[in-house]
Design a protein around this ligand. Structure first.
Ligand code: MTE
Ligand code: QUE
Ligand code: MOS
Length: 796
């Protein structure tokens, strides 16, 4: 408060300058420097509590078995062991299923996958806990496991009931169509590979309370589940979550297990307790993206316009429901991607296999539904000998007709026609298509492929009640601002964006605003930070809180200066009251001395959305985010190896809250999507054990897999027509599906071997092996066509 006071002219000059850290600016990520220097504190970096216990879980070695006997006495022979817990030691409820029951915290008489937690040991070091856990004796009686999704589908071995979206009469439309193609496809799962594995650190507090530091996208749910396993009310449990080292959906439900194990042990021992899963254990215990098996039957005219379509989507849910109800729903909601499906029936199945319980992963089932329809677009194009892009554009949703989805939501403000035209031009699609045909004709071994694919992604939780958020703002007497909201920071820049929103409302520099850990005793009853809705929901809630406070300040100034609200203006750290200027902090101090409350909550709920699941009709999504990607690949037909040469991306984020962060999300999402569909292959052995249990055998994209020529642009001058936070659009998940272009480009390169007349069967991920098999299919088909193989004209 001893800053030099500025005179009116100086204050007025500042007032006229622009705020540089509000919305729409590329403000740097709030933790950027700390991420780089290593100073950012994650749960495992916290100073350890004195007397802290470390937990190691003993995992099931069987995919499906009855537990005959557990003997934990050998564990206690290891010095340093404090306690060993099995399901009988849980004081409250055993099940931690997020939506419906099915996930026992510790195995309950049987095991249902290799990696299920059977018992947990707490000791004074992790190594001691591990040795003791391995000393326990567990006797099993094996039961028959179901390991394949197709097998589960045939047996109708489901975790939840199947569901249908239907419009018109697909049977009749298929029967009447001049062309018809049927096919099947396997789509692989995906390991989240967040850099920070699942971790919780728990401190028992007064009156049987628990303070839980945990890496979760869903603090409120961890709070609820910790309370339930302890058998105490939620008000005894506080969750504190500063940041995650990545979540990607993997910490939406599955962070709860370690938190609950720690809480039970802390409750029983009275000691602070920490559990961090080593990478190999994290990969065995936790669920992944759902693999899907797809069957389709499509009828179309001679131009490739779809007339009737039936799609069966069978999600491999693993052993329990987790979020699979909503995930398979989202796959069904996105089985149209950008296309009008005319007469359509889509069935979604939630197959139960004896593997880890698959869970949320960027896109939440949407990517799998979209891969299915993009495979169908390619199949239609190959059948007719047309360029797949022409078939895609022909089937795009219309502006005034053919614009209603199979769940009866009208697609409004569709940008895909103009975005596709833009990208087609800027990527020089037509010229490169010709160049590639010439290259392929001239090169017998190396083949290039090109694909341009669209993305339309529905924004909102389809479980409508989740579309709500809260915030809490305190202004202190020095004019500094403390901000909390219900969302969680996982690297996506949510805290930065929400702070920009508050900076914009108060017209103060972002350095004045501090966001601290997401905490259940500051903002209660929060939804998971998921469905890309973090900034949409929490940004609006924070805006609401800030506007309430600003309203109080204006009201006070109006009273004090006997002016009207129109006479008061906040700008760039200053406040103008008619011709008088004063700083924001001075205003705050005056308000405080005049007994004005400087703290407020804020709240937001998404308008307009509703959905009747029984009728499968409604408006589940507030709006759609759009994108398009054009990928060019080079394939070695002798080995199946390939490279992505170039990618052009155009993505729609409405009026960007932060272009630098949004471009980062687009690049990261694209590369993660490409990894899913190319090199990231999960392999289980015949007994249901995951064999790709670490980075040595599971290949996520590295920097060398990112094309040297990567051109990312955000759509300009297209603010969200809906009343979202400063007319921005969600960006977290939609760019993930841009990676589909790479998979389609690989199929395009392979299809060139049969003169683009045959669709190679290349399941996802298109690993080099699968690409090679696709090449062999094309070569065999050409040989069968005898005398005139497609590449006979080429030099041998
Ligand atoms: N970006 C980073 N860096 N780390 C993450 O874990 N998760 C993605 C996406 N982008 C993720 C990310 C997923 S799955 C979602 S749903 C959104 O971020 C969640 O954040 P938002 O809603 O604030 O965009
Ligand atoms: C997208 C999502 C989620 C979703 C629906 C979406 C999601 C999520 C849930 C969900 C559904 C029912 C519940 C619940 C959560 O639905 O992440 O607790 O009871 O958790 O379209 O990302
Ligand atoms: Mo993202 S899969 O909705 O956490």
């Amino acid at each position: 408060m001893h800053k030099p006071t500025l005179n009116q002219a100086e204050l007025a000059a500042r007032f006229r300058a622009e705020l540089t850290t509000g919305v729409g600016r590329s403000v740097e990520h709030e933790s950027a420097a700390k991420h780089v220097s290593g100073e950012a504190v994650y749960v495992d970096d916290r100073l350890e509590f004195p007397n802290q216990l470390h937990v190691y879980a003993r995992l099931s070695e069987r995919a499906h078995a009855r537990i005959l006997r557990i003997d934990t006495t050998p564990c206690y022979a290891v010095p340093g062991v404090a306690i060993v817990i099995t399901k009988d030691d849980v004081p409250g409820q055993l099940d931690i299923g997020p939506v419906v029951a099915g996930d026992p915290l510790l195995a309950d008489g049987k095991v249902e996958y290799v990696g299920q937690v059977v018992l947990a040991v707490a000791a004074d070091s992790l190594e001691t806990a591990r040795r003791a856990a391995m000393a326990a004796v567990i006797e099993y009686e094996d039961l028959e496991p179901v390991l394949e999704v197709e097998d589960a589908l045939r047996k109708r071995h489901f975790v939840l009931d199947s569901h249908q979206h239907k419009r018109g009469d697909s049977r009749a439309a298929l029967a009447g169509a001049p062309n018809r193609v049927q096919g099947t496809l396997h789509i692989g799962g995906q390991e989240h590979f967040y850099l920070e594995t699942q971790v919780s650190s728990v401190m028992p507090t007064e009156d049987g309370g628990m303070l839980v530091y945990t890496s979760t996208q869903n603090p409120t749910e961890v709070q609820k589940l910790v309370a339930e396993v302890l058998g105490v009310p939620m008000h005894k449990v506080v969750i504190d979550m500063r940041r995650m080292g990545g979540g990607f959906g993997g910490k939406e439900t599955q962070a709860a297990g370690p938190a609950c194990l720690c809480a039970v042990i802390a409750h029983l021992t009275g000691r602070p307790t920490k559990m961090r899963l080593p990478r190999a254990e994290d990969m065995q215990v936790t669920g992944k993206r759902h693999p899907f098996y797809v069957e389709y039957d499509v009828g179309f005219d001679d131009d490739g316009l779809l007339q009737g379509i039936e799609i069966e989507l069978a999600g491999n849910c693993g052993y329990s429901p987790d979020l699979s109800g909503s995930i398979v729903d989202r796959a069904m909601f996105h089985a149209d991607n950008a296309y009008f499906l005319a007469d359509v029936t889509i069935n979604g199945h939630r197959c139960k296999t004896h593997t880890a319980s698959n869970t949320a992963y960027r896109g939440f089932g949407g990517p799998q539904g979209m891969v299915a329809i993009e495979e169908i677009m390619d199949a239609v194009a190959r059948h007719l000998g047309k360029d797949p892009l022409a078939v895609r554009k022909l089937n795009y949703y219309g502006k005034d007709t053919r614009n209603v989805t199979h769940y009866y939501q009208t697609v409004e403000h569709n940008l895909l026609d103009e975005m596709t035209a833009d990208l087609e031009a800027s990527s020089e699609y037509a010229r490169r298509r010709e160049d590639i045909r010439a290259f392929n004709a001239a090169n017998p071994v190396l083949k290039k492929g090109l694909a341009l694919t669209p993305v339309k992604f529905g924004i909102s939780f389809t479980a409508s009640f989740l579309n709500q958020a809260g915030a809490l703002i305190h202004i202190y007497t020095d004019g500094s601002i403390h901000l909390n909201h219900g969302g969680t920071e996982m690297g996506q820049g949510l805290n930065t964006k929400v702070a920009q929103v508050v900076a914009e409302v108060f017209q103060v520099d972002i350095s004045r605003i501090r966001i601290t850990a997401t905490n259940t005793d500051k903002v209660p009853n929060t939804s998971p930070t998921a469905a890309s809705s973090g900034a949409d929901l929490n940004g609006k809630a924070a805006q609401n809180a800030a506007e309430i406070l600003k309203g109080r300040l204006v009201e006070f100034l109006v009273r004090e200066h006997k002016v009207t609200p129109e006479d008061v203006e906040f700008r760039n750290g200053q406040v103008r009251i008619r011709e008088h200027y004063q700083s924001f902090e001075e205003t705050v101090q005056q308000a405080y001395f005049n007994q004005v409350s400087l703290s407020s909550t804020g709240f937001y709920r998404t308008p307009k959305i509703y959905y009747d699941r029984d009728k499968a009709r409604g408006r589940p999504f507030y709006y759609f985010a759009f994108g398009a990607a054009c990928a060019e690949v080079l394939v070695d037909t002798l080995t199946g190896e390939y490279r992505l040469l170039r990618a052009d991306i155009l993505h729609d984020v409405g009026a960007s809250l932060n272009p630098a962060i949004d471009i980062g999300q687009v690049e990261g999402g694209f590369v993660q999507g490409m990894g899913w569909l190319t090199t990231e292959e999960l392999v289980w052995n015949a007994k249901g054990k995951l064999m790709t249990g670490g980075p040595a055998s599971y290949k996520i994209p590295a920097i060398a897999d990112v094309p040297t020529d990567l051109r990312v642009k955000l759509v300009e001058n297209r603010k969200n027509p809906e009343d979202t936070v400063f007319h921005s659009k969600a960006v977290g998940e939609p760019p993930f599906m841009l990676g589909i272009a790479v998979w389609c480009a690989l199929k395009d390169a392979v299809a060139s071997l049969a003169d683009y007349r045959l669709q190679p069967r290349i399941d996802a991920p298109a690993t080099p092996e699968r690409v090679l098999w696709g090449i062999e299919q094309m070569k065999a088909a050409c040989r069968e066509r005898t005398a005139e193989p497609a590449d006979a004209a080429q030099p041998a």
